[in-house]
Design a protein around this ligand. Structure first.
Ligand SMILES: Cc1cc2nc3c(=O)[nH]c(=O)nc-3n(C[C@H](O)[C@H](O)[C@H](O)COP(=O)(O)OP(=O)(O)OC[C@H]3O[C@@H](n4cnc5c(N)ncnc54)[C@H](O)[C@@H]3O)c2cc1C
Ligand code: SF4
Length: 334
């Protein structure tokens, strides 16, 4: 591991200033914030991340979950995944978020992992974590070992000829259907980013995964009020029942009126290079009678643009069935 300077930030402005100053001097990659450390420290030990300075944000006052006057929720960036999953308001109004968080990692990891860190967790593509192998995301221009290599767990949606890595987060899939907003403090001030705009497709710059700029600190995430009468569900399918990343997952929020779908939000995990919300599937399902035929049509639409690789063609049908099952669960007694 490369040696680094450790700085403990006393407030958000100081954290941003420290990070931005050093990042500008060192072309953008030399400073990292550390929250739970469950992604960053692993990657530093593997020499995949090599920051010269690590800014600890754990003492910043960003660890609260607070109801908003409009009925929504404000979630601080350093709120632990376990605390968020077990929060009574989250369990009551945003069940899909609680379910997604509890489907992720292990109890020990969830006790450390934070909201901000989870949003920015890196791919589990094995070549990304192996510095002896070419990888465009880790070292732009070296090639993609996964195309034609071991790609069973990788993405089928949003891929490019430069990278097919999956966004591995469970929480992100729930955040997509809850239409979260991410709030950031940067050198130029504060700004808010709708969740769908936060992660970017790999294109020919797979090293860039979000719209964040050097020095940007995620301060909190807000959720709008849960739509009246809506029901939600998260389903994760994986090789073993726990402590495993998704091969396919689905998050849904659905409102039913008179036996028909009045409103639907749907997103897939484990199959996309970013958390994969399908507005096409949502539009198709809205106004339809609740039931398998409409759910299946929506699932077909969500996977229409899938481009499987040599080993992950099974994900197309798996993701469709995952979405159909999640929709059934969410509408079961509605
Ligand atoms: C063995 C193992 C199994 C796992 N299984 C799953 C799983 O099944 N599902 C799943 O979803 N996840 C899984 N994870 C990933 C885990 O959820 C993430 O590692 C965790 O959420 C990251 O949060 P953190 O606070 O530890 O991030 P850190 O490691 O502290 O940070 C991650 C990145 O985010 C940046 N960062 C952190 N906070 C901020 C902020 N406020 N503003 C700007 N940048 C910030 C850091 O600089 C770093 O680049 C697993 C991890 C491990 C190690
Ligand atoms: S899929 Fe992306 S992360 Fe994996 S080897 Fe290819 S470029 Fe690297």
């Amino acid at each position: 591991m490369q040696s680094f300077e450790f700085v403990r930030a006393q407030d958000a402005s100081a954290a941003v200033a420290a990070s931005a100053r050093s990042n500008t001097a060192q072309q953008g990659a030399s400073v990292r914030f550390v929250a739970g450390g469950t992604t960053l420290l692993d990657l530093m030990k593997l020499n995949v991340e090599r920051p010269l300075q690590v800014v600890d944000i754990n003492r910043l006052p960003l660890d609260k979950i607070e109801p908003l006057p409009d009925g929504g929720l404000k979630i601080g960036a350093t709120v632990r995944n376990a605390d968020l999953a077990h929060d009574p308001i989250v369990q009551r109004d945003y069940a899909v978020l609680s379910q997604a968080l509890l489907a992720g990692a292990s109890a020990q990891l969830r006790n450390m992992a934070t909201t901000g860190g989870n949003l920015l967790q890196r791919t589990r593509c094995m070549y990304f974590r192996d510095t002896s192998m070419p990888c465009n995301k880790r070292e732009p221009g070296t090639g993609c070992s996964a195309i034609g290599g071991a790609n069973r767990t990788l993405a089928i949606l949003g891929t490019s000829e430069y990278c097919i890595a999956t966004n591995p987060s469970d929480m992100n899939v729930a955040m997509a259907v809850l239409e979260a907003t991410i709030h950031v403090q940067g050198v130029k001030g504060v700004r808010s980013i709708p969740f769908t705009d936060f992660h970017v497709l790999p294109g020919n710059t797979p090293q860039r995964e979000t719209v964040l700029e050097p020095g940007d600190l995620i301060t909190h995430v807000t959720l709008p009020p849960a739509p009246p009468g809506s029901r939600s569900f998260y389903l994760k399918l994986r090789d073993r029942a726990s402590y495993e990343f998704a091969l396919a997952s689905a998050a849904v929020v659905v409102t039913v009126a008179d036996g028909k779908v009045a409103r639907a939000r749907m997103a897939l995990g484990g199959v996309g290079t970013k958390p994969w919300r399908s507005t096409e599937a949502e539009s198709l399902l809205t106004g339809q009678l609740v039931g398998d035929p409409a759910f299946r049509r929506a699932a077909d639409a969500a996977l229409r643009d899938a481009k499987p690789q040599s080993q992950n063609g099974f994900k197309v049908e798996l993701a469709k069935r995952c979405l159909v099952y999640a929709l059934k669960q969410a509408t079961q007694s509605a």
